[in-house]
Write a protein that binds this ligand. Structure first.
Ligand code: GDP
Length: 367
């Protein structure tokens, strides 16, 4: 599955948010740095109103959402790249996720210790990013000597392919910049090579501003500073009150709605966070629909029909013949599969078809 790692300095609200996300008490929130030692993984349903619309048309008995994982990663402190605190563990855990959700403390509370002694989320973000950059720098410097040698003396093909990217990454890191910047205009064929390097600062980032309940709707000066920073990096930021989310997570759907209404929020902040995480991972959703269930499935953007079939079952990919595809809008406005077929809106697609977000699909395959 696809994983977002939740990172940030101690006491910024990571565990509170993670607990709300998974509605478990697995990660105990406590006013104590290094409280969360083992990474905890939670699978969450991706909210998507299209499922309900499809289920109504298909008269499905059940709705099954697709899911993504969030990993609560142990608190990072200044000096982590030198192995201080739980530094090494932290860096190893972060290496295993596909994207980073970076929680920043944007709430004031004198009772809750801030490790740096003041509220300054932009500076906190830099502290964490610096540790990641130092780790990447060390990792590249360690590997590049060999690669340069293999590229120049042995004309090794693999080394020749990876060296230009490594040099670029090294240059950025030495200038104090994250490798993520390369993603903006990287050639498609270079992307897998960069990902293969598995650098920490080449992973996409979403900033989460954790605010007091009173700032949940409008944000505050800190969240605006984070938004500006994110914008400059081509990243996204969301404003969330972990405290509110923790409360809502304990309520029934109906009670939760009333609670949010009273505050002036349209939906749980977690729904926004999960959707933002989904976008961050560059994932899209296709659906299967029938009387038994309407179900959402996840594929990486750009996936072709056989790969999409393979998400359901590996046999579907191996024996793939064709896919009947109906766009979500057509499926719902025309009133389902039969009507869409009659209107000529059910396309018959082959192996090269690139799946589109919202496709309602039916696979034909050999067993
Ligand atoms: P972590 O170390 O980043 O995982 O932080 P925790 O989630 O354990 O939170 C640290 C402390 O801050 C706990 O006592 C939380 O109850 C508290 N906390 C978390 N979010 C908020 C918030 O939005 N407002 C306030 N006032 N306290 C919060």
């Amino acid at each position: 599955g696809f994983k977002c790692g939740i990172v940030g300095l101690p006491n910024v609200g990571k565990s509170t948010l993670f607990n709300a996300l998974t509605r478990t008490a697995a990660a105990q929130a406590a006013n104590y740095p290094f409280c969360t030692i083992e990474p905890n993984t939670g699978e969450v349903a991706v909210p998507d109103p299209r499922m309900k619309a499809i289920a109504a048309v298909a008269k499905s008995q059940n709705i099954i959402p697709t899911r993504i994982s969030f990993v609560d990663i142990a608190g990072l402190v200044r000096g982590a790249s030198k192995g201080e605190g739980l530094g090494n563990q932290f860096l190893a855990n972060i290496r295993e996720v596909d994207a980073i959700v970076h929680v920043l403390r944007c709430f004031e509370d004198d009772d809750i210790t801030h490790v740096e002694g003041r509220i300054d989320p932009v500076s906190d973000a830099e502290t964490v990013e610096t540790e990641l950059m130092l780790s990447d720098l060390e990792s590249i410097e360690r590997r590049i000597v060999q690669i340069r040698k293999r590229a120049t003396t042995a004309k090794d093909k693999e080394a020749l392919a990876v060296l230009p990217l490594m040099e670029k990454a090294l240059e950025l890191l030495q200038a104090g910049k994250p490798v993520r910047i390369l993603l903006k205009d990287i050639a498609p064929e270079d992307l897998p090579i960069l990902q293969e390097l598995n650098l920490l600062t080449s992973k996409p980032v979403l900033y989460v501003c954790n605010v007091a309940e009173s700032d949940a709707v409008a944000g505050n000066e800190h969240t605006r500073a984070v938004a500006a920073m994110a914008d400059a990096q081509g990243a996204e930021s969301v404003v969330i009150s972990a405290a509110i989310e923790a409360e809502v997570a304990q309520l029934s759907d109906e009670e939760g709605k009333e609670f949010l209404d009273a505050i002036g929020l349209e939906e749980p902040g977690l729904d926004r966070l999960i959707r933002a995480g989904y976008r961050l991972l560059d994932l899209i959703t296709y659906f299967t629909a029938g009387p038994k269930e309407t179900r959402a499935w996840t594929v990486k953007r750009g996936a072709k029909a056989p790969q999409a079939a393979g998400v359901i079952h590996t046999d579907f990919e191996r024996g793939f013949i064709r896919a009947q595809t109906i766009a979500f809008d057509d499926y719902v406005t025309l009133g389902g599969e039969v009507a869409a077929k009659e209107a000529g809106k059910a396309r018959d697609e082959g192996k090269e078809y690139v799946v589109q977000d919202g496709d309602v699909m039916l696979f034909r395959f050999n067993t």
